[in-house]
Design a protein around this ligand. Structure first.
Ligand SMILES: Cc1cc2nc3c(=O)[nH]c(=O)nc-3n(C[C@H](O)[C@H](O)[C@H](O)COP(=O)(O)OP(=O)(O)OC[C@H]3O[C@@H](n4cnc5c(N)ncnc54)[C@H](O)[C@@H]3O)c2cc1C
Ligand code: FES
Length: 288
C-alpha cells in the first residue's frame, strides 16, 4: 500500500468525499486557459502517475475531471490547466490564490511509464493534450537516464493558444531532447512551422521496435497521428493514446464514460492502440 492510501484509510476518506485543496497559484495562461497550482490541506502527496486525472469540485456547486499537469516528482503540490468551456469551468476560472477546491482521485490508468523504461519516446500533443503530456515530459526530464531518445512534437491552432510557451523554450535548449512545434495558422511573430501536426511526423527519425509513440489531443488529431505512427511501423501496443469522455464518478460505478462496455475512467483514459482498435469510431479507418 502507498503511504497515501494508508493515510486516507486512517482518515476514513470515502472515494466520493473530496479532500480539501488550496490554490497556491492561479494565473491565466491563454485567453481561455487558467493554470492552478494546488496543495492538499492534509499535506500528503497526491500520489499520481503521469496521465491520470482528478475530479475537481467547487463545494456545493459541481465537479469535473481535469488532467494532472505536473509530475509526481514535483513534490508538495500539483498543477492543473482548465479551459473555460461551460458552467463549471467558468466558475472555476473565478477562483484565485487562497481559494479552496475539492479533489478526488487520482483516477484512471496513466501512461505505462514502467514499460517505457529504456525505450525511445516520441510525444505528440495537440491543443489541451499538452496538459497531461506536461506531467510525462517533466517525469522523463527528472528521470532522463531511464529513457532513450526523446522527441516532442506539439501543435495547436494558433500561437496564442499554445500552452507553456516559456517552458517550451527551456525544452528546446536541452540537448538531450528534440523539440518541434507547429501551428495551423501563424501570426506575424511566429517563426516556427505552419501546418498540421501530422506534417512533422514523416521527418522523425526512429527505430520502431524500440520506440513508444504517446499521443494526446482531440479525436480528429489523434486518429490521423496514429495512422502516421503506424506508417512508421511502431507496434500497436507501443502507440499510446489518452481518451476524453464525459465522466461523473471516476470510480467505474455510474457508467457515464463507457465505450463498448469499458469504463474509460478506470481502464483508461490511457490505452494502447491494440486496445483502442476494439472501440468503434475511435480509430481512423486507415488505421484499423
Ligand atoms: C479524463 C479527462 C481529463 C480532462 N482534462 C481536462 C483538462 O486538463 N483541462 C480542461 O480544461 N478540461 C479537461 N477535461 C474536460 C473537462 O472535464 C470539461 O471541459 C468540463 O467537465 C466541462 O464542464 P463545464 O460545466 O464547464 O462545461 P459544460 O457546461 O458541461 O459543457 C460545455 C461544453 O463542453 C463540452 N464538454 C463537457 N464535458 C466534456 C468532456 N468531459 N469532454 C469533452 N467535452 C466536454 C460539452 O459538450 C459542451 O460543449 C477533461 C475531461 C476528462 C474526461
Ligand atoms: S465516470 Fe462513472 S463509471 Fe466512469
Amino acid at each position: 500500500m502507498l503511504d497515501r492510501e494508508i493515510l486516507l484509510e486512517k482518515m476514513k476518506v470515502s472515494p466520493y468525499k473530496p479532500l480539501k485543496g488550496k490554490i497556491v497559484r492561479a494565473e491565466m495562461v491563454t485567453e481561455k486557459e487558467k493554470f492552478f497550482r494546488i496543495e492538499l490541506e492534509e499535506k500528503i502527496a497526491l500520489g499520481h502517475e503521469p496521465g491520470q486525472f482528478v475530479m475537481v469540485s467547487i463545494f456545493g456547486f459541481a465537479e469535473a475531471p481535469i488532467s494532472i499537469a505536473s509530475s509526481p516528482t514535483d513534490k508538495g503540490y500539483f498543477d492543473l490547466v482548465v479551459r473555460n468551456v461551460g458552467v463549471f469551468t467558468n466558475k472555476l476560472h473565478t477562483l484565485e490564490k487562497g481559494d479552496e477546491v475539492g479533489i478526488r482521485g487520482p483516477f484512471g490508468k496513466g501512461f505505462p511509464v514502467d514499460n517505457m523504461f529504456g525505450f525511445d519516446i516520441v510525444i505528440v500533443g495537440g491543443g489541451l493534450g499538452i496538459v497531461p503530456l506536461r506531467s510525462l515530459i517533466h517525469y522523463i526530464m527528472h528521470n532522463r537516464n531511464d529513457f532513450g531518445n526523446v522527441q516532442i512534437l506539439l501543435g495547436c491552432k494558433t500561437p496564442k493558444e499554445m500552452l507553456f510557451r516559456d517552458e517550451q523554450k527551456e525544452w528546446m535548449k536541452r540537448a538531450e531532447i528534440k523539440f518541434n512545434c507547429t501551428v495551423d495558422r501563424a501570426d506575424p511573430d511566429w517563426k516556427g512551422n505552419v501546418g498540421l501536426i501530422t506534417t512533422l511526423i514523416p521527418g522523425v527519425d526512429l527505430n520502431p521496435s524500440r520506440t513508444y509513440g504517446i499521443v494526446v489531443g482531440p479525436p480528429v488529431m489523434y486518429k490521423f497521428v496514429i495512422v502516421k505512427l503506424l506508417e512508421k511501423e511502431i507496434p500497436d501496443h507501443q502507440i499510446i493514446v489518452s481518451l476524453e469522455r464525459r465522466m461523473k464518478c471516476g470510480l467505474g460505478k455510474c457508467g457515464h464514460c463507457q465505450i463498448e462496455g469499458v469504463y474509460v475512467c478506470q481502464s483508461g483514459p490511457v490505452f494502447n492502440y491494440a486496445q483502442l482498435k476494439r472501440f468503434k469510431g475511435e480509430c481512423h479507418e486507415k488505421a484499423i
